[in-house]
Design a protein around this ligand. Structure first.
Ligand code: FDA
Length: 390
């Protein structure tokens, strides 16, 4: 039997932050993971450079059944707080685009920093430890690791979501949450490429082509790059909208968000002898223009095409419908939407309101950020909040 003040399950982004903060408050902390090293998702994030936060972090850039839930934690531990920590460790960084901050060097620096913060807090790490049994009685949580029973008045669920199972991701947090009576918002893969069906097979030829677009689903829109893949659609714009998308609904793509509706009519007046595919190809790219025009079935010289046909084509290029057949699923999803319902948690401490001493943080919770450093910021902020409370 071993006694602790807090046992944290999951040595990922949120779990390490929580452990470091609690340890530095003088708590005796056990940080458990079934992987043989901490922070594996941090290591592969941002192409190995870890997009560790976003300077535009705000609660309206997160999906949750309760859109206000994330405000408290994000307000108390901000992007600036994490930047200050990174700066204290002398880790060089840069803003890539849209407020996204990346390490100049390597994501390994972020993991090393968090390990050091845990060491300063005297955190005990139990790695490569499958958790077989979690129980509660007499005000204490008991976690069995091999032959040893560990117990503590506080148990933190920080095992993330099921995205990328081949990296050891599981729905374990949901199982333990359910065991203690917490509700789960139906999880689904998010920030994930779309798959297209037979009727869009024509676009397979565009695999590797990228274009700046505005993509819409219902009232949500993102203006970023889209990428055609051999299976469907990817790139930041598509990953972003995938988090909102519901099955069997179309998404709309504006391939020319900077041009007005009548630009083709103007081009007809200016260049009547030019081929339509040349004109559209200059605005898009020739490969993309060819595929879209083949689909519409329009060709010829600009001067020979009616204004009506050109207006219709212009409208279609601004509002191209794709009907994804699905997504590439958890195998390719950067995150999971849904998870442990926020209704049962305190937004200040992340503690379960009906199960004192049980906490849930990070991706395991029904709070999912946009692409661009928002998910790590949620992991840091929710980990910090629970680390202050355990
Ligand atoms: P996280 O997944 O980090 O940690 C969970 C831990 O629990 C893991 O160490 C796992 O081994 C452990 N675990 C799971 N099941 C267990 C069990 N049954 N028993 C014991 N341990 C268990 N976000 C961002 O903001 N910027 C970025 O650049 C990227 N890039 C990125 C790239 C890729 C390829 C992916 C897959 C994801 C991203 N993300 C991202 C998302 C980001 O990685 C994610 O939101 C955070 O890692 C979530 O932090 P958590 O600590 O909640 O879970």
């Amino acid at each position: 039997m071993a006694d602790w003040d807090a046992i944290i399950l999951g040595a990922g982004a949120a779990g390490m932050m929580c452990a470091a903060i609690a340890g530095q408050r003088g708590k005796r902390v056990l940080l458990v993971d079934h992987a043989d090293q901490p922070g594996k998702k941090i290591l592969i994030s941002g192409g190995g450079r870890c997009n560790f936060t976003n300077i535009h972090t705000a609660a309206d850039r997160y999906l949750s059944a309760n859109p206000h839930f994330a405000k408290s934690a994000l307000g108390r531990y901000s992007a600036q707080d994490f930047i200050a920590l990174v700066d204290r460790y002398g880790i060089a960084w840069h803003e890539k685009t849209l407020g996204q901050l990346f390490c100049d060097g390597s994501a390994k620096q972020i993991v090393a920093m968090l390990e050091e913060e845990c060491a300063i807090g005297g955190v005990t790490m139990a790695l490569a430890q499958p958790v077989s049994d979690v129980t509660h009685g007499d005000g204490l949580y008991r976690v069995k690791l091999g032959a040893v029973d560990h117990r503590a008045p506080a148990l933190v669920l920080a095992t993330g979501g099921p995205s990328i199972p081949k990296m050891g991701a599981t729905g374990f947090a949901y199982d333990i949450a359910r065991q203690f009576g917490l509700a789960i918002v139906q999880p689904r893969p998010a920030l994930v490429p779309f798959t297209l069906g037979e009727e869009d097979a024509l676009f397979q030829a565009l695999s590797g082509v990228s274009a700046p677009v505005e993509v819409r689903w219902n009232k949500t829109r993102f203006r970023e790059a889209a990428l055609f893949t051999h299976r469907g659609l990817s790139g930041p714009a598509m990953l972003q909208i995938s988090s909102y998308w519901q099955h069997r609904t179309p998404i709309q793509v504006d391939f020319l968000p900077d041009l007005d509706a009548d630009w083709l009519i103007q081009a007809k007046r200016d260049r009547p002898r030019a081929a339509l595919r040349k004109v559209v190809g200059q605005a898009l790219t020739e490969r993309l223009a060819d595929a879209l025009l083949e689909r519409v079935g329009l060709e010829g010289e600009m001067g020979n095409l009616s204004d009506k046909a050109l207006r219709q084509l212009g409208a279609r290029l601004h509002d191209w419908p794709f009907a994804p057949t699905g997504t590439e699923g958890y195998a390719k999803a950067e995150v999971t939407v849904g998870g442990i319902a926020t209704a049962g948690l305190s937004s200040r401490t992340m503690e379960a309101t009906k199960m004192p001493g049980l906490y849930a943080i990070g991706e395991a919770v029904d709070v999912t950020g946009w692409l661009g450093g928002y998910n790590f910021q949620w992991a840091w902020a929710s980990g910090w909040a629970a680390g202050q409370a355990v």
